[in-house]
Write a protein that binds this ligand. Sequence first.
Ligand code: MG
Length: 251
Amino acid sequence: MIPLKNRLQIEEMKKAGRITAEAMAAAVEAVREGISTWELDRIVRHRIERNGARPTFLGYGGFPGSACISINDEVIHGIPSRSRILHEGDIVKLDLGAFYHGFTGDMARTVAVGRISDDAARLIRAAKESFEAGVSAFKEGGRIGDIGSAIQTRAESDGFSVVRRYIGHGVGRELHEDPEVPNYGTPGRGVRLQVGMTLAIEPMINMGRPEVYELDDGWTVKTADGLLSAHYENSVALTEDGPVILTALDV
Ligand code: MG
């Protein structure tokens, strides 16, 4: 069942989204050579709790951090650690959410540590622009496949690939709700898009092949070929006026 949200509920989700975006801004600002992913996680937790919210990821399925922090060929679900130190030239993915007044946000960014290669910069840009292409296809009367197709087309036009094994999802009272939102697909196929849907649209774009695998730690997902991966995500509501980004500072 797809839980549609009314206008009031979407306003509540904007509050959770704003707190999520504030925590993300604080973490992005703190990214620099020499900082550990554990320190970044602490910044996220403090910023969320200071706003009277709870880090949604903390304890979710037993996850030990407030943010998933994944470096270079790690795609998603990296565990914050004192021994994971950022180095110049790395790309780091931050994925987090704040739970507030019954709703959660879900948001991810990929950030450069100092100077990065031109290819890495192109990959980060492709993740963001494929997200934007997906949002443009989030229209009443459209289908879920329109979103996935728009994302896939944008990413593959740059010669990159789209992760298949992990996908976007509905978001609201729960971190993961129906429907599933693949980052690939066929236009005109899948669930019909309706006003009141709130989706976490989150392309995971690989430099090389789309295959990934999970580490023995039970969380961290890496690219099978060891090449870089970038992630970009926002929680997005479909309103009468079109799609609205909920995980923003200015909603
Ligand atoms: Mg998500």
